[in-house]
Design a protein around this ligand. Sequence first.
Ligand code: CTP
Length: 404
Amino acid sequence: MDKPKVVLGVSGGIAAYKACELLRRLTESGHDVRVVPTESALQFVGEATWAALSGHPARTQVWGDVHEVPHVRIGQEADLVVVAPATADLLAKAAHGLAGDLLTNTLLTARCPVVFAPAMHTEMWEHPATQENVATLRRRGAVVVEPAVGRLTGVDTGKGRLPEPEELFEVCRRVLARGAAATAADLAGRHVVISAGGTREPLDPVRYLGNRSSGKQGYALARTAVARGARVTLVAANTGLPDPAGADVVRVGTAVQLREAVLKAAADADAVVMAAAVADFRPARYAEGKIKKREGQEPEPVALVRNPDVLAELSADRARPGQVVVGFAAETDDVLANGRAKLARKGCDLLVVNEVGETRTFGAEDTEAVVLAADGTETPVPHGPKEALADTVWDLVAARLGRG
Ligand code: CTP
């Protein structure tokens, strides 16, 4: 089988050096990559580096190998075009259909999915000109990955960093896997909120009541939503996983903190997916100092109080009409019957029901589930990677948003 063909466009920003690592990951995982830099990208990383790492010449203009008509061919033959970093200038040219060099020609001839990973100073990113260009590209079906927040060139920090290459690679991998479906990013223009991980309810400064949730399912939901074009807020409770490219990650510890973060983000969200394992109870009393054992004395029992039920609250009090609310249910017995009862009790639109045990689902890479819908339909998801379940959830969410 032919290797999937990827065009890596590189425009002129300091983050061009990170594109070398993205290129390596793409070639090492079996992709045939052509690098198409802009003239100014070569100010940051030279032609020799791109050619050596990709195994192809890296031309910037349409005038080399003219008999092969590269300005048309490279785009036509690609299975994916990813531009990383995409500067404000490149985004403007792409949004307006300019074709002054090989990269912009390639963008006009490509009929495959296109991913832009912008990187620039915060002011340039926030400028209405850039934001309008990004909105135009998204409306046309491209995936524009939100820049990360952090250290920029020089002493500045803010939004505008290129996400880490391994996370950009994950976006490319998912977009490629979706194939032709990815040319119309079906969650483009949508804001989705996902909670992930497990809350910890402190007993004293060193101890807590917690659960075994790893956060992997919630992160898979975030990564797949980014690859389908959504703006993603990921409310992460005690996870040790790398931030997905393009997601705005809000870190929380307890159920009360999670509720606050989710409700705030849900105010303008099209969909909220509660994948987090939220503790139903918390210790009634928090000991300011570490609880000590006392010689000859039995320990005090731990009194618990109820935590707010975030899913029930979101479902009962929708922040906007047509907002889709999705819950997860981890059950050990009578899985489907308990799932149906829980769907009705919580009032959400969809409930993903999976069977859990010590080694099933928690921390595992694979899962198996049934998605129950309030309209009575059931969608079984066979045993497979958590991102396959995530994609099924987004298929069902997108169908409901489309009807709204
Ligand atoms: N959930 C929530 N707030 C809580 C508890 C749970 O939002 N305080 C959400 C979870 O994120 C998940 C769903 O509710 O989406 C299922 O939670 P679960 O604890 O399994 O359901 P319960 O109604 O608590 O049922 P039970 O403990 O009896 O199984």
